[in-house]
Design a protein around this ligand. Structure first.
Ligand SMILES: Nc1ncnc2c1ncn2[C@@H]1O[C@H](COP(=O)(O)OP(=O)(O)OP(=O)(O)O)[C@@H](O)[C@H]1O
Length: 615
């Protein structure tokens, strides 16, 4: 638990003050029996003075009031620091999640991360604010109390102490048993959260395939597993709680018999006997509580372990110690070079070949290069290497001659914008979504507004004007639902608005109909002068956006050239286009066989698209 110091250090003075207050309250409780001893041995048994009894009663009252006051102080001291530590830990976790590379996020499910950020940290806070202090105070009260009991009547005190031996042994056994189930329960709760998250995310698919019942069954099974683990936890705890409750009581029964005999023999005074049992009553409560507190500590430890696993997850994709600035781009734009690039996913099975196996590609300043290859050939992977969402495992990616690993990630990602095929929009207004990659403060609200409008116009997102509040309409998960093509156009506008040096488009027009795609393509070509663009293309109409095409085959680029040239001399390119099968086919003339050759739209120099109807 010492790892918690990293976050708890600023809160330690208040926690320690709370601990001192709590300890004071417990010691005051232990002082009451000592007053009783004096009363019994003095005024009650010998002098019979009424005044002395009243004095003692007043003292007990004062001690009681002080004890209550100190308990209140403990709460006041401890309540805030726990919540502050929790907030800081949660913020650090979120910051870390944003910083960790894609390779980390590929491996971790959303539910596991969510449960670590929420319920695990809640557990740590409760332990810090209550468990830790009570554990220290209970243990100290027990030790001081037993010391007092030995001092009051040593024979009886030693009997009580002998009863502690099995308690310690039980405590160690409990620790071993409980530790494993505490961790298991937290992991299962994380899995359950993952199931909820995935099912809500994929609710459309579940409904469409009528799999709601199966999903519910699977969820119920997981929930039952979690319940069984919680029951196992409770059983383990109840065993030790029973022992911690029953053992001291049994020892007290033996002590009572022995104590009466010792008092009859005159070996201990009646006052000492009364004080011994009154102290034992005070000590028994924290001893009984120890099981609960130990369980809470082990739960908090499991929660902290899970938190630390994320916060301390290794991150190999970091900023260089001395980041370089990208040089000013040339008049025509930036040059993108992939030199002998190799890549394999960290989760790739052993023996699997590298996804990229020595890719060499040069995208000249201001040029638009389409990347074409069979499905699974590594096009998206290659595209993600440019903004450093993954790091190459060999070779290098260079923007204007500088290796992307030598540039600070924020600088690089300002220079390289990406639009993905699956456009993720945040729960925010259209305007905020479009301006995500823009330094709005530096630009001013009016210029930012104009930029957003222009970017939306380039992406042919005129539909935004018809939304209830135009650009201020909230979209995304908690806002208005948009069609796939509408979302793609907003994501494209977001990439365009960032005014990057290098634009990476991972098939961002796939959901558009051919006419809209042609309109977007034409506008993009007119806008992209001075921007170097790499576009992953799945259909010939997207290829039309490009000046040149690169063919990705077996992890290498096996051909680069104009679409028409490649079509003429690159068999794999022809095969890929045929295999994709998404290119427009010419309507066959009456009598012409239906399986005629594929006819592709061909890009012409000025960026417009001409259909090759005259084959
Ligand atoms: N996160 C990942 N972890 C492990 N392997 C992955 C991961 N992402 C992709 N792959 C594998 O890498 C290979 C290339 O995938 P990639 O998505 O780059 O292909 P692609 O050419 O873009 O395919 P498509 O045309 O279908 O979009 C595939 O074999 C895929 O299974």
């Amino acid at each position: 638990m010492t790892r918690l110091l990293r976050w708890a250090r600023p809160a330690l003075p208040r926690i320690a003050a709370g601990g001192v207050a709590s300890l004071g309250a417990s010691l005051l409780a232990l002082a009451v029996p000592q007053v009783l001893r004096e009363v019994v041995n003095g005024p009650l048994l010998t002098e019979g003075s009424r005044g002395a009894v009243v004095q003692a009663a007043a003292l007990v009252l004062v001690l009681g009031v002080l004890e209550a006051l100190l308990v209140w102080c403990r709460r006041a001291f401890i309540l805030t620091p726990g919540t502050t530590v929790e907030r800081q830990m949660r913020t650090d976790l979120f910051g870390r999640l944003l910083d960790l590379p894609m390779a980390f996020h590929d491996r971790w499910s959303g539910g596991q991360l969510l449960s670590r950020a929420m319920s695990d940290l809640g557990m740590v806070r409760r332990w810090l604010a209550f468990g830790l202090v009570m554990l220290v105070v209970s243990a100290t009260t027990a030790v001081v109390g037993v010391g007092l009991m030995i001092a009051t009547a040593w024979q009886l005190g030693l009997v009580y102490l002998a009863g502690a031996a099995p308690v310690v042994w039980l405590g160690f056994r409990f620790r071993e048993d409980y530790k494993a189930v505490a961790r298991q329960a937290r992991d299962q709760a994380g899995d359950l959260a993952t199931t909820v998250e995935e099912s809500v995310h994929g609710i459309r698919v579940l409904k469409a395939f009528g799999r709601g019942g199966d999903a519910l069954e699977g969820f119920a099974r997981q929930a039952e597993d979690l319940r069984a683990t919680e029951i196992q936890k409770a059983r383990t705890l109840s065993r030790v709680s029973f022992a911690l409750g029953a053992l001291p009581e049994a020892v007290l029964a033996v002590s009572l018999g022995l104590g009466v005999w010792l008092a009859a023999e005159g070996a201990v005074s009646v006052g000492a006997l009364v004080a011994f049992f009154a102290t034992a009553a005070v000590v028994n409560a924290p001893v009984e509580r120890l099981g609960q507190l130990l369980a809470m500590t082990l739960d908090a430890r499991a929660a902290l372990d899970r938190y630390i696993e994320v916060v301390d997850a290794p991150n190999a994709l970091t900023d260089p110690p001395e980041p370089r600035d990208l040089p000013e781009p040339g008049r025509r734009g930036s040059r993108l070079v992939l030199a002998d690039v190799r890549f394999r996913h960290p989760t790739a099975p052993p023996g699997a070949r590298d996804v990229l196996d020595g890719v060499d590609l040069v995208v000249e300043p201001g040029e638009t290069m389409a990347l074409v290859g069979l499905t699974g050939s590594g096009k998206s992977t290659l595209a993600q290497l440019v903004p450093r969402l993954y790091d190459v495992t060999g070779g290098s990616v260079l923007v204007d001659g500088v290796d992307v690993r030598e540039v600070a990630r924020d600088d690089l990602r300002r220079a390289v914008a990406v639009a993905f095929e699956d456009p993720l929009l945040f729960s925010a207004s259209v305007r905020e979504n479009v301006l995500l990659g823009v330094d709005e403060a530096g630009l001013g609200p009016e210029a930012a507004d104009t930029l957003a409008r222009e970017a939306l116009a380039v992406a042919s997102a005129g539909f935004v004007d018809a939304l209830p509040h135009g650009m201020d309409t909230v979209i995304g998960e908690e806002g208005l639902s948009l069609s796939g093509g509408q979302r793609q156009r907003i994501a494209l506008a977001r990439a365009v608005a960032a005014r990057p040096r290098v634009l990476v488009l991972d098939d961002p027009l796939s959901a558009l109909d051919v006419a809209t795609e042609a309109a977007v393509t034409t506008r993009l070509r007119a806008t992209l002068t001075g921007t170097t663009t790499l576009v992953v293309a799945h259909r010939p109409s997207t290829v039309a956006l490009a000046d040149r095409v690169a063919v990705l085959e077996d992890g290498r680029v096996t051909g680069v050239g104009r679409h028409s040239d490649l079509l003429a001399r690159h068999p794999h390119y022809r095969y890929v286009l045929t295999a994709l099968g998404s290119g427009p086919r010419e309507v066959p003339a009456p009598g012409e066989p239906l399986d005629g050759p594929l006819v592709l739209d061909e890009p012409v120099g000025d960026g417009t698209v001409r259909s090759r109807g005259d084959r």
